[in-house]
Design a protein around this ligand. Structure first.
Ligand code: FAD
Ligand code: MG
Ligand code: MG
Ligand code: MG
Ligand code: MG
Length: 552
């Protein structure tokens, strides 16, 4: 019988943590990771094998290589090539896996409450205790309050990809029946993508490739001009978070391929056989339009999971962001006991209170001079000190702050050689507005997972000595390891047999067939295992030789 406890007196799953004790006598901290996606797996990959008792909790027992998911929907890649069992990944660190969903965290008891269905389909709940907890639960699909989403498809996990694939093939087969009317065939072959971000764009491109490459060969009854692909985008451009050249290239490419891009459009309702949206015209008027749909993909961005929302609410005033769990620059969850809980990946955001930090620096400066902050006159040499402090504390802000020297002169409006309080306030406003949040990408989740692994490795070595010196109540994280620094390595989006690259800092490329190979090799290198790499290579080879398998 498991021990019970915690605020709800639930069973406590000690058994999962202690049953592989290899070094009796050495008590290792219990590290619990919520989620086996990009963030969680990156952490597991770089963690030293024997420093922690590792437990991963996730409702899915595989890691999903999401960048390739759009390819899997049309059969360019096999679904099994994109997943890797979590248990296989965990074996290196001798960790445990619990297939369950985290429901809540009791921060003061250091317990995670989880739920799962038992063999009779009843929900069971229990606690998993932790010494360190990493929240990496990703995000949920954003419904934007639109009606009729039960008629749309999503693209988040492997089941979604499978359902999309079946639906697309089913539509093609029904369209071929002699009893299908012309009008009905046109509807069945009308594919609508709602959302012009990378997922929607890549899916549309994959679909277009499928229709172009395999259809004439395998579905000769279908006429190319009966098939249509549409992208509905709320902004004025697709891929609007990317560099402008990338977004323009994608639009031109789609225009050439006759993929219809409907910009400035908002979906109002998805019905069984049509989609209704409003489109803002050049003259500012808004017109309501509709399109017949045989298939609709909903990919208009993400929102926090139920768990993230619950935790943010529980932590109250220390969580101020509506879209993600806020952490400090050491990735520690704001409001939770310092050094217990971390949050990474899509579910998290690093708080960028550069302006606040500068203000408190200025207060201290004024105080040391024995004056009120309002009467502070900041010289250039003072400003350099402020800048140095900011760079140390907010390394991810560094790109924007490179031009700090220039800012000083720009905001010294009266050219007095000093900044007064009003001038400083203007400057801080500008800094705040320029610091954008980190992107919700695999790249970022991966870097954050790696960062935590390296820090935890270091903490495991150092903490005994530190604890002996009784610095346990100090800021251990900051004492042993640097703040997290994001490095933008470029984004990739696939646009029908060519790839567009956004390499950040104003560099971008777009181009033909060579880009496909570059694109594939980037993902090859990022791909997690030799197994996955081999499977994908075989899929691509197979497709090259025989075309896609269009069976469902
Ligand atoms: P995820 O990888 O989503 O992992 C979350 C994990 O948490 C999952 O294992 C999930 O099962 C688990 N989980 C969820 N709820 C709970 C709970 N309550 N308790 C326990 N576990 C839970 N990014 C790029 O950089 N490049 C791309 O080309 C790209 N293409 C994409 C294409 C598609 C179709 C999609 C959907 C995403 C794409 N992304 C891409 C984004 C990228 O996948 C995410 O940014 C990344 O997965 C975030 O990693 P994460 O670890 O935060 O979350
Ligand atoms: Mg994860
Ligand atoms: Mg994932
Ligand atoms: Mg996450
Ligand atoms: Mg001045």
């Amino acid at each position: 019988q498991p021990r019970r406890g915690g605020p709800k007196n639930l069973p406590i799953a000690e058994v999962f943590i202690d049953d592989t004790e290899e070094h009796p006598g050495k008590s290792k901290p219990r590290l619990v990771v919520l989620g086996g996606g990009w963030g969680g797996v990156a952490l597991l990959k770089d963690l030293n094998p024997d420093d922690y008792h590792v437990t991963v909790i996730s409702p899915t027992n595989y890691f999903l290589f999401t960048p390739m998911l759009p390819s899997a929907t049309v059969g360019t890649l096999e679904l099994r090539s994109l997943v890797e069992p979590i248990r296989r990944i965990l074996s290196r660190v001798h960790g445990h896996f619990i297939r369950a969903k985290a429901e809540d965290v009791e921060f003061s008891y250091k317990l995670v409450e989880v739920s799962q269905l038992d063999h009779k389909g009843r929900e069971v709940r229990f606690y998993v205790p932790y010494d360190k907890l990493v929240i990496a639960v990703g995000s949920a699909t954003n419904p934007h309050g639109v009606k009729g989403l039960e008629n749309a498809f999503f693209l988040k996990d492997i089941n979604d990809a499978r359902m999309i694939r079946n639906k697309v093939i089913q539509n093609l087969e029904i369209a071929c029946l002699p009893t299908t009317t012309d009008e009905e065939r046109k509807r069945l072959l009308s594919f609508v993508v709602s959302g012009g971000g990378p997922t929607g764009v890549e899916f549309a491109a994959e679909l277009f490739d499928l229709l172009n490459e395999d259809l004439t060969r395998h579905f000769p009854r279908l006429l190319r001009n009966e098939i249509s692909v549409h992208i509905i985008q709320s902004r004025s451009h697709i891929l609007n978070t990317y560099d402008e050249t990338v977004s323009k290239y994608a639009e031109e490419r789609f225009a050439r391929d006759q993929v219809e891009v409907l910009t400035n459009s908002r979906v109002k309702e998805v019905q069984q056989d049509k989609i209704i949206f409003s489109q803002k015209q050049d003259d500012g008027t808004v017109v309501t339009k509709e399109l017949p749909i045989g298939f609709c993909l909903w990919s208009t961005g993400v929102s926090p999971t139920a768990l993230s929302q619950r935790l943010a609410k529980k932590l109250g005033a220390s969580q101020t962001n509506r879209h993600a769990l806020e952490t400090d620059t050491h990735l520690r969850l704001n409001g939770a006991p310092l050094g217990d809980v971390y949050a990474i990946g899509d579910c998290a955001t690093v708080q960028n209170n550069v302006a606040d930090s500068i203000v408190s620096f200025l207060r201290k400066l004024a105080w040391s001079r024995g004056i009120e902050p309002e009467s502070l006159q900041l010289h250039f040499s003072d400003w350099r000190n402020v800048a140095a402090d900011v760079k140390k504390r907010f390394p991810q802000a560094i790109n924007h702050l490179k031009r700090l020297d220039k800012l000083f002169y720009e905001f010294d409006k009266d050219q007095s050689g000093t900044l007064d309080f009003g001038e400083l306030r203007e400057l801080l406003n500008q800094i705040d507005s320029k610091l954008t949040s980190l992107p919700a990408t695999a790249q970022r989740a991966h870097q954050q997972g790696q960062y935590l692994a390296h820090k935890f490795n270091k903490l495991a070595k150092i903490s005994d000595a530190m604890l002996a010196n009784d610095i346990r109540d100090g800021d251990l994280d900051a004492a042993v390891y640097k703040a997290f620094e994001y490095r933008h390595l470029g984004s990739l989006a696939y646009i029908g047999n060519s790839a567009v690259f956004d390499l950040g800092e104003g560099w971008s490329m777009a181009g033909g067939l060579w880009a496909v190979y570059a694109w594939r090799s980037v993902y090859f290198a990022q791909s997690v295992s030799f197994r996955t790499r081999s499977l994908m290579a075989m899929d691509w080879m197979k497709r090259g030789l025989f075309g896609r398998d269009l069976v469902a």
